[in-house]
Design a protein around this ligand. Structure first.
Ligand code: GRF
Length: 210
């Protein structure tokens, strides 16, 4: 049992398998109370039921209700919702929205994301197919701090998998997902314990390529 933990919200858009892996570790180790809220921008996200089934509060902020071209209004409403919930950490787990500075600024240095590639390789979508198309011999996932660039914030941790002969994008995605489910809960645990910078010192993506 961890004595004090810093409150977090997990943001999802879909199936929520990374969210579930975080809730699994949190429950096993006694820090589930740190997860104040699971919020989805899609009302039909399967992960919402998984979270409420674990007794975690859920909320929906539907981006479509803000209309086209009103990204900043959605970002501001999201920030307001999470500030009201007094969360310190924002954990993006398959949250399929690009967040602008209206959201990132109030939570600078406290937003985590998991991306299914070895950043800075393959930012954006379709990472597994792109790794195959590029002939990469290894692939993996990255947990990073979020800034207002696409998948460009400082890297905290990575896990690697081999690309095997005969792999298609689904096979590769499944191999990477196993590692996502191990890596992300460990980083989130450090964040809510207040030991993130000690356990996972951030380094910039530029240094990473050097
Ligand atoms: C994961 O592959 C994650 O790396 C990416 O989106 C996917 C979300 O899957 N950001 P899930 O909703 O956690 O199952």
């Amino acid at each position: 049992m961890i004595a004090t933990v810093e409150p977090a919200a997990i943001l999802i858009s879909g199936r929520g398998s990374n969210m579930s892996s975080i809730l699994d570790l949190a429950e096993a180790e006694g820090w589930l109370g740190a997860v104040q809220l699971v919020l989805s921008n899609r009302p039909a996200a399967a992960g919402l039921d998984l979270a409420s089934g674990r007794g975690v509060a859920t909320a929906v902020l539907d981006h479509r209700s803000f209309g086209r071209g009103n990204r900043a209004a959605f970002d501001a409403a999201l920030a307001e919702r999470l500030l009201a919930a007094k969360v310190r950490w924002v954990v993006l787990a398959g949250f399929m929205r690009i967040l602008g500075s209206d959201f990132v600024s109030p939570f600078a240095g406290r937003i985590l994301n998991i991306h299914p590639s070895l950043l800075p390789r393959h930012p954006g979508l379709h990472t597994h197919q792109r790794a195959l198309d590029a002939g990469d011999s290894e692939h993996g996932c990255t947990v990073h701090l979020v800034d207002d660039t696409l998948d460009g914030g400082p890297i905290l941790a990575q896990a690697r998998v081999p690309v095997l002969p005969g792999d298609d994008a689904d096979a590769l995605a499944a191999r990477v997902l196993v590692q996502e489910h191990l890596l992300y809960p460990a980083v989130v645990r450090s964040a809510v314990r207040g030991s993130l910078s000690r356990d996972f010192p951030a380094h910039s993506q530029r240094e990473k390529t050097a």
